[in-house]
Design a protein around this ligand. Structure first.
Ligand SMILES: Cc1cc2nc3c(=O)[nH]c(=O)nc-3n(C[C@H](O)[C@H](O)[C@H](O)COP(=O)(O)O)c2cc1C
Length: 384
C-alpha cells in the first residue's frame, strides 16, 4: 500500500476502506459536534514565529513520559478498535514498538493485555471506574501481572452522545441476520472484507480485559451501572498501584490540583475524549496552559485531542505539554494499512515535528516555549 503524506489522507483511505458503520463509529463525536470541531479549529488558530538562520543541523525529539523513554513525544491513546482491522491492537502495539513509543490499551480492547505487552513493552493499561472495588482491584492486579508500564484511568465519559447526524448500529454479535443486514455496506468495501476473510475470523465485540463480561455491551452495562468515583475512591485506586499512574480527561484547574495533590497521579491528560463526551467542553488545547501553570511542576501534563500533524504536536509542547496523545489518526492509519499504516501516521508526525523545530530554530523539543507560538487574544480557557 502506498505511503500517505498526511493524516487527512489516512482519513480518506480509512473512509474508502471501512464499511460505513465502522467508519462512522470511529469518527464518533457527540451532540452537535461542537467540541469535536473545536479540538481541530483551535490548533488552526495558533501560529508560529519562525527564524530564517542560525538553526541547528540536527534536532532531537526524544523524551520520557511516566518513566518510559519515547523516541517522539506522541503516545497512542487508548481506543476500542474492534472491527477496524483483524490485527487490531496487535498491529497498534507492533507499530508503537517499531517507532519507539507507547500505547494505552483500552479497557474495551479486543485483545487481551497478556498478548499485547510482549509486543509493546510500553503498554499502559487503561481502566474505567466500572464494577465493584474487588473487580477493579482484580483488573489492576491483572495489569501488574501482565507487566503493564503504567495505568491510565479515564474519568470523562458521560454515556450519551446523541449525535445530530445519528450513530451507526453496533451489533452485539455477528449472527446470520446481522451479516445479512450489514452485507450491502460490506460488499462496497472489498479490501476490508478480504482482510477479514484471510484472517479466518469475523469482527467480534469481545472485551477480553473485562473479566467475566461476555461482550462489549455487558461490560458497558456494568460500567453504566457503577456510581461515579469519589476522590477517595481514586486515592484508593492509586494506593493499589505504585507505578506510573495517569488520570485521563482532566479539563479544569481545580480537578488538576486534586489529581496532583489528593490522588498523587504521575501524569494527567488534558482531554475531552476527542469530543465524544460532554459536548460544549472547549478544545483541550485551550485549557492546557492554565492546567500546566497550576500543576506542571508536580505532574506530567499531556495534551490529548485534535492533533493531526507534527506542527500541532509542537504547538502543544510550546504551550507546556510534555507530550501528546492521539486517537483517530492512528485508527485511520490502522484502517488504511494495518501496522504499516499506524507506523506511517507516526512517521508523518515525526517529520512534521522535525520540520517545525527546523523552522523555529530549535535543537530539541525541550527548547520550545511560548515565544514560538502566536496565540490570538481570547484563545485560552481557564476552567475551574
Ligand atoms: C473510536 C474511539 C474509541 C475510543 N475509545 C476509548 C477508550 O476505550 N478509552 C479511552 O480512555 N478513550 C477512548 N477514546 C478517546 C481517545 O483515547 C482519545 O482521547 C481521543 O481519540 C483523542 O482525540 P483525537 O481522536 O482527536 O486524537 C476513544 C476515541 C475514539 C475516537
Amino acid at each position: 500500500m502506498a505511503w500517505f503524506e498526511s493524516v487527512a489522507q489516512a482519513q480518506r483511505r480509512a473512509r474508502r476502506t471501512l464499511p460505513r458503520s465502522v467508519y462512522r463509529a470511529i469518527l464518533a463525536g457527540a451532540e452537535r459536534g461542537q467540541t469535536y470541531r473545536d479540538n481541530l479549529a483551535a490548533f488552526a488558530e495558533l501560529g508560529f514565529a519562525p527564524h530564517v538562520a542560525g538553526a541547528p543541523a540536527t534536532r532531537s525529539q526524544a523524551t520520557s513520559v511516566m518513566g518510559v523513554e519515547l523516541e517522539l513525544p506522541v503516545l497512542l491513546s487508548p481506543t476500542g478498535v474492534q472491527a477496524v482491522h483483524p490485527e487490531a491492537e496487535r498491529a497498534v502495539a507492533r507499530a508503537a514498538s517499531a517507532r519507539g513509543t507507547g500505547m494505552g490499551l483500552s479497557a474495551m480492547a479486543s485483545v487481551a493485555i497478556e498478548e499485547i505487552v510482549p509486543l509493546c513493552a510500553k503498554t499502559f493499561a487503561q481502566l474505567y471506574w466500572a464494577g465493584s472495588r474487588e473487580a477493579i482491584a482484580a483488573r489492576v492486579e491483572r495489569a501488574r501481572a501482565a507487566g503493564a508500564a503504567g495505568l491510565i484511568v479515564t474519568l470523562d465519559w458521560t454515556f450519551s452522545h446523541a449525535r445530530d447526524w445519528g450513530s451507526p448500529t453496533i451489533p452485539s454479535q455477528l449472527d446470520l441476520r446481522t451479516l445479512a443486514r450489514f452485507a450491502p455496506e460490506v460488499a462496497l468495501r472489498p479490501v476490508w472484507l478480504a482482510r477479514w476473510m484471510r484472517s479466518g475470523a469475523l469482527p467480534a465485540l469481545t472485551v477480553p480485559n473485562v473479566e467475566g463480561a461476555p461482550g462489549f455491551f455487558a461490560a458497558y452495562g456494568e460500567w453504566m451501572g457503577t456510581p461515579p468515583p469519589s476522590w477517595e475512591d481514586l486515592a484508593w485506586l492509586r494506593s493499589l498501584w505504585d507505578g506510573p499512574f495517569m488520570v485521563k480527561g482532566v479539563m479544569r484547574v481545580d480537578d488538576a490540583r486534586r489529581v496532583a495533590d489528593d490522588v498523587g497521579a504521575t501524569a494527567l491528560s488534558v482531554s475531552n475524549h476527542g469530543g465524544n463526551n460532554l459536548d460544549g467542553t472547549p478544545a483541550s488545547i485551550r485549557a492546557l496552559p492554565a492546567v500546566v501553570e497550576a500543576v506542571g511542576d508536580r505532574v506530567e501534563v499531556l495534551l490529548d485531542g485534535g492533533v493531526r500533524r507534527g506542527s500541532d504536536v509542537v504547538k502543544a509542547l510550546a504551550l507546556g505539554a510534555r507530550a501528546v496523545m492521539i486517537g483517530r489518526p492512528y485508527l485511520w492509519g490502522l484502517a488504511a494499512d494495518g501496522q504499516a499504516g499506524v507506523e506511517n501516521v507516526l512517521d508523518v508526525l515525526r517529520t512534521g515535528i522535525d520540520s517545525a523545530l527546523l523552522g523555529l530554530g530549535r535543537a530539541s523539543i525541550d527548547e520550545l516555549d511560548g515565544s514560538d507560538v502566536l496565540v490570538p487574544d481570547g484563545f485560552h480557557r481557564r476552567l475551574g
